[in-house]
Design a protein around this ligand. Structure first.
Ligand code: NAD
Length: 490
């Protein structure tokens, strides 16, 4: 049965919203108000089987026969459809995640550009030829990998879905995407828009569901050729285990504890507000949140005081108010976890300079929190808190700064604030992270590879090389003479 009322969301399988056959219906509430938001269908195993079958039919049928220029046109058409529906998408995401609508609008702009980038990048998919010798002709073919299972988290539901879908579709694959069960609404709406834009049925299938059941079933499904995952390092390890026996190709975009280095020669008028943004954007629920601020010793007290003042000024509240800078956290449970880290920080000797206490009221709000007097070995400096909590750590000199920056199991991003350009480049080369910003806080640009070192995962998104995650290379050798060329005397 098709589901189409404003508050009811079915699974998106084979081009339409449908009721789950083997899953369940769950009531979602708005994190910022606690009010009912939607009734969503969650996929069971039979639903995932149906989605994989639809994806198989599409890759072997209509989508497999769609030429690259037409795939490109369709990705651009989907970008146009997102622009035409941006108000609805932004409000839906803000209400579902509790995130400030000003942030969501920026994410939506990026999500649109992502489809445009990969729509154009299709032109770059090509094989090669090279001389081998004698009568041998060699060329390679780039072929879509097939059916990809994609799993995304709750912190940027729409943007993460586009990071995954756009390169996979550009490469000619079909997708079964599992959003987090708490935040499936915009991915489902996106799939409907894709269908209206002309993307054939079965190319995009959306199956919200719980991780350890639906997610694990999707990962292990014999009909799924590869897995692309974004989420926590712990779940990433579990997914790698599930992919080991069937030797399934997997890419992992995982957690972070990214450093933000402020040197004494930095321009604080830029560095402070940008560093405040770098942690409190999305209420700190960001993989690349710069949650460790490393400050050169002479400036430490000054930076802590300016940082705390700016953090306390942030407008926290109704996600739908355009003036709001920080909305609520994703849930009351997550807020408890975040607060538990702050309590742990207190126990370990950190000083709470601002924030640190959950407010009364219904929404899952938590104030911007600054912890000073932090040693890099403390739990709050090593574990991903994934909330609006920053740790400020002093360093002695450049060598000390690099040491502290790298003393973490993660390696996703780093920012350096300095008035000395040579120092910026020198440190960028020595930081163990997938991306480094010098005097610049922003992280994600379509066209620029994004991903982790160490336990932040492997594989790169957003770049041209991302297409390779979804392509196979086939080498073809042809003898053009009477006798095949045999240079090694085999
Ligand atoms: P999570 O690992 O708990 O869940 C992520 C997704 O995996 C969800 O859809 C969940 O349902 C699913 N899942 C959970 N257990 C599973 C299992 N056993 N098998 C299959 N699927 C399973 O992560 P989260 O708390 O939702 O998201 C926050 C994490 O995501 C943070 O660590 C954050 O840093 C990371 N993240 C990374 C990036 C990046 O690009 N590197 C981007 C955004 C978020």
């Amino acid at each position: 049965m098709a589901i189409a009322t404003e508050r009811e969301y079915g699974l998106f399988i084979n081009g339409e919203l449908t009721e789950p056959q083997s899953g369940e219906i769950r009531e979602l509430t708005e994190p910022a108000t606690g009010e009912p938001l939607a009734r969503v269908s969650l996929a069971g195993e039979g639903d995932i089987d149906r989605a994989v079958e639809a994806a198989r039919d599409a890759v072997e049928g209509a989508w497999g026969k769609t030429p690259p220029n037409e795939r490109s046109r369709l990705l651009h058409a989907l970008a146009d459809a997102m622009v035409a529906n941006r108000k609805e998408l932004a409000e839906l995401e803000a209400r579902n995640v509790g995130k400030a609508i000003s942030s969501v609008k920026a994410e939506l702009n990026q999500a649109v550009e992502n489809f445009r980038f990969y729509g154009s990048a299709i032109a770059s998919i090509r094989g090669e030829t090279r001389p081998i010798g004698g009568s041998l002709l060699y060329y390679s073919l780039k072929e879509p990998l097939g059916i990809v299972g994609q799993i995304v988290p709750w912190n940027y539901p729409l943007m993460m879905a586009t990071w995954k879908l756009a390169p996979a579709l550009a490469a000619g694959c079909t997708v079964v995407l599992k959003p987090d069960p708490a935040t499936p609404l915009t991915a489902l709406r996106l799939a409907q828009l894709a269908s209206q834009a002309g993307i054939p049925e079965g190319v995009i299938n959306i199956v919200p569901g719980d991780g350890p059941t639906a997610g694990a079933y999707l990962v292990g499904h014999p009909g799924v050729d590869a897995i692309a995952f974004t989420g926590s390092t712990q779940t990433g390890a579990e997914i790698m285990r599930l992919c080991a026996e069937p030797l399934k190709r997997v890419t992992l975009e995982l957690g972070g504890k990214s450093p933000n280095l402020i040197f004494a020669d930095a321009n604080l008028a830029d560095a402070i507000p940008s560093s405040v943004w770098s942690i409190f954007y999305s209420a700190g629920q960001s993989c690349e949140a710069r949650s460790r601020v490393l400050v050169e010793q002479p400036l430490y007290d000054e930076v802590v005081s300016q940082f705390a003042a700016k953090a306390a000024e942030l407008k926290v509240g109704d996600p739908l108010d355009p003036e709001t800078q920080m909305g609520s956290l994703i849930s009351a449970n997550h807020r408890e976890r975040v607060h538990g880290f702050v309590e742990k920080g207190r126990e370990e000797g950190a000083e709470v300079v601002t924030g640190g206490e959950p407010p009364d009221g219904k929404g899952a709000f938590y104030p911007p929190t600054v912890l000073a007097g932090v040693d890099n070995e403390m739990t709050v400096a090593q574990e991903e808190i994934f909330g609006p909590v920053v740790t400020v750590i002093p360093f002695e000199d450049e060598k000390d700064a690099i040491r502290i920056a790298n003393e973490t199991k993660y390696g996703l991003f780093a920012t350096i604030w300095t008035g000395d350009p040579a120092r910026g480049h020198r440190i960028a080369a020595r930081i163990k992270a997938g991306e480094v910003g010098i005097n610049m806080p922003y992280t994600a640009f379509p066209g620029i590879p994004f991903g982790g070192y160490k336990q932040s995962g492997f594989g790169r998104e957003l770049g041209l090389e991302t297409l390779d995650l979804y392509l196979e290379t086939k080498s073809v050798l042809v003898s053009t003479g009477a006798k095949p060329y045999n240079p090694f005397g085999l």
